[in-house]
Design a protein around this ligand. Structure first.
Ligand SMILES: Cc1cc2nc3c(=O)[nH]c(=O)nc-3n(C[C@H](O)[C@H](O)[C@H](O)COP(=O)(O)OP(=O)(O)OC[C@H]3O[C@@H](n4cnc5c(N)ncnc54)[C@H](O)[C@@H]3O)c2cc1C
Ligand code: FES
Length: 284
């Protein structure tokens, strides 16, 4: 990260990375915080700046208001950008302290937001066939990515096939987001409560035997991504994966989010070099 964190005249902390950039720390106002099921929520956030250059696959670091704990920000993928580009949505699963506190926040309250961070998904070639594979909450950045692709000229929804996997029906998210974009969706659950009863990698493997996509994009548990990386290699298909890791800073300062590279003694930092990687570069 090459910029500076500065205090503005209004007392807000602002991060400027580059003259045309929009990476910042701001207070964002909660527009809504909707419970989708006991563990999943969607939150709308708005602030005075703009998010017009945010790329699908990028993420934000959130810190809850002015409370002392939890001290560290937490990373969340950008799930949707609002039409006026002045706000965004996140989709989150309650797993611990911060997400628990977030789930109790109300409209009108505020959180600190730093972003957009990370690299984002590289685009497929024009008219290329794309497989998108989402496991659980890993679906969040892939909704933004799919709507971005469908909104582009020379890229039809029919070029995309989404594979959506979850542990059970209650963990199955965003199917309607894809369907409303005109994208075909294959669904699996581990307990058989919805769709096929298997891991999501099974229908991907079956589809790879029939159609060879130009590229696979994936986000989900590391076991799923490891399996996809192997399949992509076997079929000679490019594969881009969005990785998760524990993050303290989100911009390359703490070196806490290292993952091993396949290239001689090298480590990547998920926040700065990723979160999106070519699957051939990562050692699982
Ligand atoms: C680039 C990136 C993007 C992310 N995008 C999203 C997103 O869009 N939506 C979302 O819900 N989460 C996302 N995450 C994960 C999210 O950051 C964590 O769930 C969050 O930091 C947990 O904070 P906490 O304080 O609630 O839990 P903590 O108190 O920090 O952890 C509580 C427990 O949960 C475990 N835990 C932490 N993270 C996870 C996890 N992801 N799944 C299962 N167990 C976990 C911990 O190991 C610990 O045992 C993303 C992570 C990264 C790195
Ligand atoms: S989170 Fe600090 S270096 Fe990646």
């Amino acid at each position: 990260m090459s910029g500076k964190i500065q205090k503005t005249r209004g007392g807000r902390m602002k991060y400027e990375e580059r003259p045309d950039g929009h990476m910042f720390i701001e207070k964002a106002q909660i527009l809504w915080n909707k419970k989708l099921s006991p563990a999943y929520f969607k939150m709308g956030l708005k602030w005075s700046g703009s998010f017009h250059d945010a790329k699908p696959g990028q993420f934000v670091m959130l810190r809850i208001g002015d409370r002392i704990a939890p001290l560290l920000r937490r990373p969340f993928s950008i799930y949707k950008i609002m039409e006026d580009k002045k706000g965004m949505e996140i989709l989150y699963r309650v797993v611990g302290e911060c997400t628990g506190m977030l789930s109790e926040m109300r409209e009108g309250e505020s959180v600190d937001i730093l972003g957009p961070l990370g690299n984002g998904f590289p685009l497929p070639k024009k008219g290329g066939k794309v497989f998108i594979v989402a496991g659980g909450i890993g679906v969040a950045p892939l909704v933004f990515f799919s709507s971005y692709l469908v909104g582009k000229k020379n890229f039809a929804a029919s070029n995309i096939k989404v594979f959506l996997g979850a542990r059970s029906k209650d963990d199955l998210l965003c199917r309607d987001d894809f369907l409303s974009l005109g994208i075909q969706v294959a669904v699996t659950t581990e307990d058989g409560s919805e769709g096929e009863t298997c891991m999501i990698t099974s229908p991907v493997e079956a589809a790879l035997k029939i159609t060879r996509p130009d590229i696979i994009y994936a986000c989900g548990p590391s076991g799923m991504m490891k399996c996809l990386a192997g399949m992509a290699e076997d079929h000679g298909v490019a594969c881009q994966i969005s990785m998760e890791s524990v993050m303290a800073c989100g911009f390359g300062a703490c070196l806490g989010c290292a993952v091993e590279s396949k290239h001689e003694n090298k480590y990547f930092h998920v926040c700065k070099d990723g979160p999106v990687f070519d699957s051939r570069d990562v050692r699982f």
